[in-house]
Design a protein around this ligand. Structure first.
Ligand code: SF4
Length: 63
């Protein structure tokens, strides 16, 4: 699984709270960033949940 965050991110940090192991907030870019090139299996469910909850649909998942 690969994850990208597009420019629609509005910086509410919901994904960071849900799964801080994967998502981090970048204070310079003012959007969340992904810590992994390839997401470890154990985080897949949480990442899918974060994508569902992301209001501006900024989290793009490639399975
Ligand atoms: S949940 Fe979506 S809008 Fe909120 S910080 Fe994460 S990527 Fe950005």
């Amino acid at each position: 699984m690969k994850v990208t965050i597009n420019k629609q991110c509005m910086g509410d940090r919901n994904c960071n709270k849900l799964c801080p192991e994967v998502f981090e907030y970048d204070e310079d870019q003012l959007l969340s960033i992904v810590k992994f090139e390839e997401i470890p299996e154990k985080y897949h469910d949480l990442v899918r949940q974060a994508a569902k909850e992301c209001v501006p649909v900024a989290i793009e998942i490639e399975e």
